[in-house]
Design a binder for this molecule. Sequence first.
Ligand SMILES: [Zn+2]
Length: 118
Amino acid sequence: MLDQKTLEELKQKLLEEKNNIEENISKTEKSEKGTDREYKTAFPEIERDQEGNADEMEMYESNLAVDESMKKELEKINAALGRIEKGTYGACSNCNKEIPLERLRAYPQAERCLDCKK
Ligand SMILES: [Zn+2]
């Protein structure tokens, strides 16, 4: 099992990562609103500038994709924090073996050991 000190260290990492992601998401949401506004104003120009508009759409969609993956990451972090609270943190959700500490240090929100991830 993980000792209290290591657990605390990993928890700090998770909280830091959580803050980063939340900051990024709010930034993306702000810029998304910006993109949205630009997209709407660009709309009447659709016939005049087909190509430019398509580029904008692509940018808009990739923004959303980044946002989605950040939200998934955030869910994983919240789940990991929940496991710390429950005292089940560090065990693989699939085989129940301990996830190696070096893996947790590199990716504290890991749910499964590398063997199960394969
Ligand atoms: Zn496993």
